[in-house]
Design a protein around this ligand. Sequence first.
Ligand code: IMP
Length: 180
Amino acid sequence: MHNDVEKTLLSEAQIQARIEELAGEMNALYSDDDAPMLVCILKGAFLFLADLVRHLEFRHEVNFMVVSSYGSSTKSSGIVRILLDLESNIKGRHVMIVEDIVDTGHTLDYILRNLSTRHPASLRVATLLNKPSRREVQVPVDFVGFEIPDEFVMGYGLDYAEFYRNLRYIGVLKPEVYQR
Ligand code: IMP
């Protein structure tokens, strides 16, 4: 089943260690009184959220949004749609978006602009992965797990054509798979 993986980019141990560090930074920033709402962007961030919240020591809520970008399976088009919106009001709340990867930045830019109009008390962003070399829109990111090179990756929540989300590591897709 791992036939499409060229190599491991980040091992399970590396990912878990970094998530613990990120949670430590968040524990220093937020208090119980802040009670932030973590907004997990589905589907890619589901494992990151699940592992992250188990290290958080402040009171918080979790919420989910499903967004989709039109385009081929390895490229985002810049057109973003909200398929499932938040179930609760974020006005006056501290909000932290939890993303899998920031690539061109279009998806996050759209989400940030959309959530800002709802007047949260603060709006921060945590992303497990960042591909800065691919950026087309500048977006603020407060917590970054790993900066990665311009390669298509999958595993640990991220998919290639909806598969491989269950891998415990993050792997690079064989280029011949998407050049097919
Ligand atoms: P952006 O709008 O180009 O920043 O892309 C954001 C979304 O594209 C992410 O939330 C992912 O769902 C997807 N994406 C971007 N790069 C990759 C990748 O290397 N592997 C898997 N999904 C990716």
